[in-house]
Design a protein around this ligand. Structure first.
Ligand SMILES: Nc1ncnc2c1ncn2[C@@H]1O[C@H](COP(=O)(O)OP(=O)(O)OP(=O)(O)O)[C@@H](O)[C@H]1O
Length: 577
């Protein structure tokens, strides 16, 4: 979300955000499915509105349409108008003005609460803010959200002990609120919280809305009475239609007037849900009509505009490239060194595994041994390269790339270089290889980055991580087959050989073979053994003069595949927005 507020100005009028006859239809097969049916409403500045309704009623769809995240395309058709201060607004102009707090936490576990807010402030506030002003804003937000006590605690995850669920939610809210947006949409900000923590979140939102004059809309699921009564207004949906919109008190009186009053000891929110889910569609139409007749004003709440509060101009350039780069680099380094378990795993696991695998190929590169064979010698090198390819690609297939960077991240290259050093440090001496150690490390490094790039593309094309994993063999098995160990290039049918140009492992292995069996390495070997490895080079169509070409192909694969990933991801994002 990118909102760039200028400094706050006193005495500006509150904004009204309204929408009229918003509809959304989806074509499912040959049928039109009405997701939203002519919904109108208004959000008044300084107030918090709850969006409620049974599961599937259309809450998230409405929130997405109002946030400009869904538009007419393909089999989705969106109608209606959205107005900010009575002026139509749509597209990026609308998205820019809305802070959208999604259901999923998007926090970095290894950052503290204060660092998370600072990260957001540093990256997203306009350049006109000085460091001191940003720091003051962070401290103010911490205070307003009641996060001072846990400001220096890690966010945490399953591995790292961190802040509580409620504090996490409030941090998520804070990350958006630090931008002082005019419009704040929250998708179930209280889900997973106990009623006290949920109450806390809503109270903070309410205080902030009242103080800063922003318009807040949040979907909410089964709120406790205490939480529900904090909202200024409520919109209740049923089957994509508006059932009620107005103040909370109006909901209670109009239900009463329709003969469905909430018993004293019941929770009003639960009661409405119960009515919506137990009454027939015809009965609900009747109740809705009776409610409208009883309190017609509730359906069109007036919009007083006489209140003046602190608000802000939505202008100003964002933080510059170098500020953003510095902030991102710092966060990624913190992430690596604070995640102790991850750090140990990324060193110890490859070390132990590679020692074990290398022991299976113990001294296969020592030509003085009577057991020496070219096949085992070649096999030892191949197993390290295959292990490297899977080690680099696996994490990208397991984690959906939408939440990862598409271009090489700041620490991705050093991390894969470290991995290359660990792997060859464990394998090279045990297997008794003779090529240049540093060349092995460099080849492993570049092949690993190419394999990781391919995995990233698979992830970007796949609909979800499961599909990505199922598609993985289609990409990686050919790599193994073209690597020259199972079948040599000249034995593969000519009309299929072109596929080797897509396989990073093939070029990594070409370079490995040149490194291990180059003329300078084998010149002192017995002639018979020289002939055996020379045959290996020839049968795999390796030209010893083409080393730079093979390295160039690997770099080309990295560049092309990363660019294709950007295109794939941009298409996916366009479908979403
Ligand atoms: N793009 C789409 N294609 C087909 N059906 C859709 C699409 N988007 C939403 N729906 C359907 O529209 C209905 C409303 O979905 P929505 O997610 O808005 O409901 P909700 O009120 O937020 O539900 P919940 O409380 O369970 O999250 C559901 O039946 C959903 O399956």
């Amino acid at each position: 979300m990118s909102i760039a507020p200028e400094k706050m100005e006193e005495g500006q009028k509150l904004s009204n955000f309204s929408w009229e006859s918003v509809s959304m239809n989806v074509k499912v097969g040959k049928q039109d499915k009405k997701i939203l049916d002519g919904i109108s409403g208004t959000l008044r500045g300084g107030e918090v509105c709850a969006l409620m309704g049974p599961s599937g009623a259309g809450k998230t769809s409405l929130l997405n349409v109002l946030a400009g995240r869904v538009r007419s395309r393909g089999n989705v058709k969106v109608d209606g108008s959205i107005l900010l201060d009575n002026l139509p607004i749509s597209g990026s102009a609308l998205r820019k003005r809305i802070a959208y707090v999604m259901q999923q936490d998007i926090l970095t576990p290894t950052q503290t609460v204060r660092e998370s807010l600072w990260f957001s402030a540093n990256l997203r506030l306009p350049k006109s803010y000085s460091r001191k002003e940003k720091e003051e804003l962070v401290e103010k937000t911490l205070k307003e959200l009641g996060l001072e006590k846990c400001a220096d605690t890690y966010i945490g995850d399953d591995m790292i002990r961190g802040v509580s669920g409620g504090e996490k939610k409030r941090t998520c809210v804070g990350i958006e609120l630090i931008m002082k947006p005019k419009l704040i949409f929250l998708d179930e900000p209280t889900s997973g919280l106990d009623s006290y923590a949920a109450h806390n979140v809503v109270m903070r939102l309410k205080d902030m809305a009242a103080h800063d004059g922003c318009n807040v809309l949040c979907t909410i699921h089964q709120p406790s009475s205490e939480v529900f009564h904090q909202f200024n207004s409520v919109m209740v949906l049923r089957s994509g239609k508006r059932f009620y919109f107005g103040p909370l008190s109006g909901l209670s009186t109009s239900l009463h007037a329709a003969g469905k009053g909430c018993p004293n000891e019941f929770n009003l929110a639960d009661h409405v849900m119960f009515v919506l889910q137990t009454e027939s569609s015809e009965a609900l139409d009747k109740i809705e009509m009776q409610m409208q007749e009883a309190t017609p004003a509730s359906q069109h709440p007036e919009m007083p505009h006489d209140k003046s509060v602190m608000t802000m101009k939505l202008e100003g350039a964002h933080a510059g490239f170098f500020t953003q780069l510095a902030a991102l680099t710092k966060r990624e380094f913190q992430n690596v060194y604070r995640d102790k378990a991850g750090l140990i795993a990324s060193i110890l696991v490859p070390l132990i595994l590679n020692v074990f695998f290398a022991l299976i190929f113990f001294q296969v590169g020592n030509i003085d041994r009577s057991e020496w064979t070219a096949q085992a010698h070649f096999g030892g090198m191949t197993q390290v390269a295959i292990g490297g390819m899977f080690g680099a690609a696996q994490p990208l297939l397991l984690k959906f790339p939408l939440d990862r960077g598409i271009f090489l991240r700041e620490y991705e290259l050093p991390q894969s270089f470290l991995n290359a050093c660990i792997t060859w440090g464990a394998a090279y001496f045990i297997m008794g290889l003779q090529g240049s150690f540093i060349m092995y490390v460099l080849i492993f490094w570049i092949t690993g980055v190419a394999a990781a790039s391919t995995a990233l593309l698979v992830g970007c094309l796949a609909a979800n991580p499961e599909v990505a994993q199922q598609a993985a063999p289609a990409v990686f098995v050919p790599q193994l087959l073209f690597a020259g160990f199972f079948i040599q290039s000249e034995q593969i049918p000519v009309w299929l050989r072109w596929a080797q140009y897509l396989c990073a492992l093939k070029y990594g292995m070409n370079l490995n073979i040149m490194n291990e069996f180059g003329t300078d390495v084998i010149q002192d070997w017995p002639v018979q053994k020289q002939a055996m490895v020379s045959g290996l080079i020839e049968n795999n169509n390796i030209n010893p003069d083409h080393g730079w070409l093979y390295a160039g192909v690997l770099i080309g694969i990295i560049v092309v595949v990363r660019l294709l990933s950007v295109v794939a991801l941009a298409k996916r994002a366009a479908a979403f927005f």
